[in-house]
Design a protein around this ligand. Structure first.
Ligand SMILES: [Fe+2]
Ligand SMILES: [Fe+2]
Length: 408
C-alpha cells in the first residue's frame, strides 16, 4: 500500500513536512504503536508457549518505547496534544481490531503485517522530510525504523515455528489490509477505498479466564520461602529460580493493567512505566528459565493464585495490590538473596538476584507514584484502597476450590 507522504511533500512545494501534518502523522503512528501494545498484552495471556510469551513481552516493551518517543515529540510540537480526540474512526478501527485475530498464527501474521506497514511509513516520512526543518522527526523515525525492522525479523522467526499458513490467516490479513485502505494507510494520505470491511467469522478475541500455558507447565505448589532457606545451594537455587520463573503471574497481572489502561486518561509516563514494569516481570520469569536450565532443570511449574485473585478487582486495586502489597512484602528477601549467593560463590545466581532487587525497588516507586496519581481528587486514601483490596481477597478466598490456599 502506498503511504504518499512523498507526494504530499512534492505537491505542497515546501520541500518538507509542515507542523500540522507532522503532528497528524505522529499522532497516527503513536495510536498504532499503542494498539500493538494492547494486542500484545491480550495475546501474552493467551499464547501457550512460554518462550513465545517472553519474546512477545520484549516486543510489547519495544512498542511502548516507540509510543513514548513519539509522544515526547508530540508534546513539543505546536498543537501536538489530545491525540485520541483527533484519531479518525477508520484508523481507530484498525487499532481496535488488531487483537481480534482468530488464532495464534493469524495474530503473529497480523502483527508482522502491521510492522511492515509501520516500517514503510517511517522510512517514507524520514526520507521525505527536510533535513533541517524536520531534523528532529527524521532522527526519531530512523531510530524507530531500525527497531521495527528488528522486531519484524523476530516475529517472522516466530511464524516459522508455527504450522503452515491457513485460509483463516489469509482471510485475517486481507481483512486488516482492507481496514487500513479505508483509513488511507497509517499516515492517512494513501488512496482510500470506501468499502466497509467485514471481520471474518471466527475472529474475536476472548479474554482467557486463566493465564494459558502448554502442557509442559503444571499448576503446582512452589513451597514457602522459609522452607528453602535450609536447603543446600543447588536445591535452594532451583527452588528460588522456580519462584523467579513464576513471576509470569506478575507479568500477567500487569498485562491486564496495560490492557485496561487503553483509554485511561493518564500522562505519557504512566504508559511507559506500566510497560516497563510488565517487561521487567517477563524478564524475571526469563531469569528463572535461564538459571534453571543452567542447573540442568526444565521449568515445569507455576502457581497463578496471586494473579487469579487479583482479577475481580478494578485496575487501581490491582496496581496497588501488586506494587504496594506484594512487592513491598517480598522486598526484604531481595538483599538477603543477593548476599547469600555472593557468600556461596554462585555469581550467576547473584547477578539475577541483584538485577531483580534493583528492578523491584523501581516497581514500588512506580506503584506509589501512580496510585497517588489515580487517587488525586479521590475521597479515599491508599489505606482505604488497601482495605477494599482485603475485602476483594476475602470474597476470592471464600470461593476457592477445596484444598487451595491463598498465599497472602
Ligand atoms: Fe519481579
Ligand atoms: Fe516487580
Amino acid at each position: 500500500m502506498k503511504e504518499n507522504v512523498r507526494e504530499y511533500v512534492e505537491e505542497r512545494l515546501q520541500g518538507g513536512v509542515d507542523i500540522s501534518k507532522s503532528v497528524e502523522l505522529l499522532r497516527r503512528y503513536a495510536y498504532i504503536e499503542q494498539s500493538c501494545v494492547r494486542a500484545l498484552a491480550g495475546w501474552f495471556l493467551k499464547i501457550p508457549d512460554w518462550e513465545m510469551k517472553i519474546e512477545l513481552g520484549y516486543h510489547l516493551y519495544a512498542h511502548a518505547e516507540r509510543l513514548n518517543e513519539l509522544g515526547t515529540r508530540l508534546e513539543e510540537l505546536r498543537g501536538g496534544r489530545h491525540r485520541d480526540a483527533n484519531i479518525e474512526p477508520a484508523l481507530a478501527r484498525v487499532g481496535e481490531e488488531l487483537i481480534q485475530a482468530p488464532d495464534e498464527r493469524s495474530f503473529l501474521s497480523g502483527l508482522a503485517w502491521m510492522l511492515r506497514n509501520l516500517a514503510d511509513v517511517y522510512r517514507e516520512h524520514a526520507e521525505a522530510g527536510d533535513s533541517s526543518a524536520n531534523a528532529l522527526e527524521i532522527r526519531i523515525l530512523y531510530r524507530l525504523l531500525s527497531d521495527v525492522e528488528r522486531e519484524l525479523e523476530s516475529v517472522k522467526k516466530l511464524l516459522l515455528l508455527q504450522s503452515s499458513p491457513s485460509e483463516e490467516e489469509n482471510r485475517w490479513t486481507t481483512y486488516l489490509q482492507e481496514l487500513l485502505q479505508e483509513a488511507g494507510c497509517i499516515g492517512g494520505l494513501g488512496t482510500r477505498i470506501g468499502r466497509k470491511a467485514l471481520r471474518p467469522e471466527k475472529a474475536l478475541f476472548e479474554w482467557p479466564a486463566h493465564m494459558i500455558f502448554d502442557d509442559r507447565i503444571q499448576h503446582d505448589d512452589l513451597g514457602s520461602y522459609e522452607s528453602k532457606l535450609s536447603l543446600p545451594l543447588r536445591e535452594r537455587s532451583i527452588g528460588e529460580f522456580q519462584v523467579y520463573f513464576n513471576e509470569f503471574y506478575a507479568a500477567a497481572l500487569l498485562a491486564t493493567i496495560i490492557f485496561d489502561s487503553w483509554k485511561l486518561d493518564a500522562p505519557r509516563q504512566y504508559f511507559m512505566d506500566i510497560a516497563h514494569h510488565f517487561w521487567d516481570e517477563v524478564r524475571h520469569a526469563q531469569f528463572g528459565a535461564i538459571r534453571l536450565r543452567e542447573l540442568g532443570v526444565e521449568p515445569s511449574k507455576v502457581n497463578m493464585v496471586l494473579f487469579e485473585q487479583s482479577q475481580g478487582m478494578p485496575l487501581l486495586h490491582r496496581l496497588c495490590y501488586l506494587t504496594l502489597g506484594l512487592e513491598v512484602y517480598f522486598m526484604p528477601r531481595k538483599s538477603v538473596r543477593v548476599r547469600y549467593y555472593e557468600q556461596q560463590g554462585d555469581p550467576r545466581s547473584q547477578l539475577f538476584a541483584d538485577v531483580d532487587w534493583s528492578d523491584e525497588s523501581n516497581h514500588v516507586r512506580y506503584g506509589k507514584h501512580w496510585v497517588d496519581y489515580l487517587l488525586k481528587d479521590d475521597a479515599r486514601s491508599i489505606e482505604d484502597v488497601q482495605e477494599e483490596i482485603t475485602k476483594y481477597m476475602e470474597t476470592y478466598a471464600n470461593n476457592l476450590p477445596d484444598g487451595q490456599k491463598v498465599p497472602w
